[in-house]
Design a binder for this molecule. Structure first.
Ligand code: MN
Length: 272
């Protein structure tokens, strides 16, 4: 079930009994467990080890699970790594899940931990890692060469001119305007981790890009839609940045090849 390379899980939990119970459950599932008894320890271990998943108790002394998650995500922002973090909490109040997601956790499991639920969640989050790695590989070996192949233009201008004749200027202006607006909204959705709206926005961009023959953009928008579907925020951010670059290339291409558009890009992107 879990990636063969990394069967190590970090369990951040202050209660000794819960530590024992959860460790045993994880070991029964074939995993190796590192235990941190507070948030500070968890951050330290996460910084120096690679884990398949982190199980994070929300209530811990000194540094709680929310603060620890924020610290881990800050560290990851520097390294580009991403470890799924599953919140473990006794609180069952509405809004807990939102709070967990808001600080950068990926999922939520309530105490006492149900063995079956734990298994399903671990499966989901480790498979997700596996899927993303595969996607990265396929991108390295198929998507990038595609993009670099000089034969493929970033947008099918000749076809557009043939099809729209005198309206090509309007079509391209509408495409550029809507893409600028969509990319702005996508940036916000990625930052705020709004998977549903991100999925809609990516879907829309995929459609409009395909409509004007901006194939690379349509492809990236599809990847973004998929990333939103599985809430992979690292993938979503990377794909967003790739979209910004590709859109830049489309605009450059149009400025150089189309008499219809001479305007400069009107918005600057600060991706982070
Ligand atoms: Mn606790």
């Amino acid at each position: 079930m879990i990636d063969e390379v990394n069967k190590k899980v970090l369990l951040a939990e202050d209660n000794l009994v819960n530590q024992k119970v959860a460790s045993l459950l994880l070991q029964q599932l074939g995993l190796t467990v590192d235990v941190a008894e507070n948030g500070g320890k968890a951050v330290q271990l996460a910084e120096h080890n690679s884990y398949a998943v982190i199980l994070m108790d929300c209530q811990m002394p000194e540094m709680d699970g929310f603060e620890a998650t924020k610290a881990i995500r800050r560290l990851e922002a520097l390294t580009g790594a991403y470890t799924p973090i599953i919140a473990v909490t006794a609180l069952a109040m509405v809004g807990d899940r939102e709070r967990c997601i808001a600080v950068g956790m990926d999922d939520y499991i309530s105490k006492p931990i149900d063995r079956q639920v734990l298994k399903i969640k671990l499966n989901h989050w480790t498979q997700r890692e596996f899927i993303m790695r595969n996607q990265e590989l396929s991108r390295k070996y198929s998507l990038v060469p595609d993009a670099l192949a000089g034969s493929e233009e970033p947008i099918n201008l000749s076809e557009l001119e043939e099809f729209y004749v005198n309206d090509v200027e309007d079509v391209l202006a509408a495409f550029i305007q809507s893409t600028e607006s969509l990319l702005g909204d996508i940036n916000v959705a990625v930052r705020e981790r709004k998977d549903v709206s991100l999925s809609h926005l990516a879907h829309e961009l995929k459609g409009s890009s395909a409509a004007v023959g901006a194939k690379q953009m349509a492809k990236l928008a599809l990847y973004l839609e998929r990333a939103a579907g599985i809430k992979d925020w690292t993938e979503a951010r990377d794909t967003y940045l790739a979209l910004v670059n590709t859109f830049d290339g489309v605009q450059r291409f149009l400025r150089e090849n189309s008499t219809a558009l001479v305007q400069q890009p009107t918005f600057l992107i600060t991706g982070d």
